[in-house]
Design a protein around this ligand. Structure first.
Ligand code: PHE
Length: 344
């Protein structure tokens, strides 16, 4: 019996050391320690047929062998596991010194300029407002002193959308000026706000016209707001945006919602007013429309024109972006073309 046990032990040790992987090792362990028909148990079951002395010897040896074999199995298991990890490390080899190509997102050029202007105006105490892109005829035209059938409507042809609740159609807003009267009604006076946003026009597209583009509207309303305030704010904005002192001039311009109305030009930054191809030899570049808010518009906003006055301006954000980055075709901006966008 004792011999049988030692033989079994030698055989088991051999098999354990030969196990190539953990699965085989488990099978070997099962073969020797398995409860039902493990070799060790089978031998131990025969103990009851032995006389008490022999039982003691055989039992003691069997227990010792069991401990030894268990230790051998665990040692082999540890070796096998370590080898597994090492070989996985080898096959999943990773060079941590390789530079990582980090592809970060970035802002669209329109957003860059928009946020710059928002910062600039916030520093001057202006609120940033939003307005609807699908607008009533009233806020886009009527309230801005552009009655129906007035020829001024032809200046901004738009997309009309049926309105089931109203015989007046909805319009895709043609300018951010739609927020002027909305803001006056909501906040009253004094009021300083800018409104960046998307606008729509029924245009034939070409390099400088698109059906969808971006504007930034601004207005300042209070007591005794004058053209001097308008010019000061415009110069501050343009100097901030182009990072240098700029010269501006006003020319008469017609917008039904301002009186007087102007086109504001900036002296050409390329030629300092001498005349070049950028300013088409005139020395000045047209930047935006502006003026003093028409009394009818103040009234539409529930303000008293005898008490309050204000200026308003509307600039083409899209145009600013094109000028700042030298983009020659407006259609790039809404194209979603990564070859274009990844340059910013
Ligand atoms: N809304 C005008 C446009 O889109 C610009 C403008 C705004 C002019 C405010 C005067 C005052 O052309």
């Amino acid at each position: 019996m004792l011999d049988k046990l030692s033989q079994m032990k030698d055989q088991a040790i051999k098999e354990i050391s030969l196990a190539e992987n953990i699965q085989i090792l488990d099978e070997v362990a099962q073969k020797y320690f398995g409860r039902k028909d493990g070799a060790l148990n089978t031998i131990l079951k025969g103990l009851k047929d032995l006389d008490p002395d022999a039982r003691k010897d055989v039992g003691g040896l069997a227990n010792q062998i069991k401990l030894e074999l268990e230790a051998a199995v665990e040692a082999t298991r540890a070796t096998l596991m370590k080898r597994d990890v090492e070989s996985r490390l080898e096959s999943d080899w990773l060079d941590v010194t390789l530079p990582v190509e980090r592809r970060r997102g970035h802002l669209h050029p329109l957003s860059i300029i928009q946020y710059e202007l928002e910062d600039l105006f916030q520093n001057l105490g202006f609120k940033i407002l939003n307005g609807p892109e699908l607008e009533s005829d009233y806020y886009n035209f009527e309230a801005l002193n552009i009655p129906k059938h007035h020829p001024a409507r032809d200046m901004q042809d738009t997309f009309y959308v049926d309105n089931p609740h109203n015989p007046d159609k909805w319009v895709m807003r043609t300018h951010t000026s739609n927020v002027q009267v909305r803001a006056m009604k909501e906040f009253g006076a004094p009021l300083r706000a800018v409104v960046p946003g998307r606008v729509f026009r029924y245009e034939a597209t070409d390099a400088s016209h698109d059906t969808t583009f971006y504007q930034l509207e601004g207005f300042m309303i209070g007591e005794d707001i004058s053209i001097a305030n308008l010019v000061a704010v415009m110069k501050t904005m343009l100097s901030g945006l182009f990072n240098r002192d700029v010269k501006v001039r006003l020319r008469p311009g017609y917008f039904p919602f301002v009186e007087p109305g102007f086109e504001l030009d900036m002296q050409c930054l390329i030629c300092s007013g001498k005349g070049c191809s950028v300013c088409k030899r005139v020395g000045w570049v047209e930047m935006l429309g502006c003026g003093l808010i028409h009394p009818n518009v103040l009234e539409a906003g529930s303000l008293d024109p005898r008490k309050h006055s204000g200026f308003a301006f509307g600039l083409g954000l899209t145009r600013f972006v094109m000028m700042r980055y030298g983009i020659e075709d407006i259609r790039h901006l809404n194209s979603g073309d990564l070859r274009f966008l990844n340059q910013f």
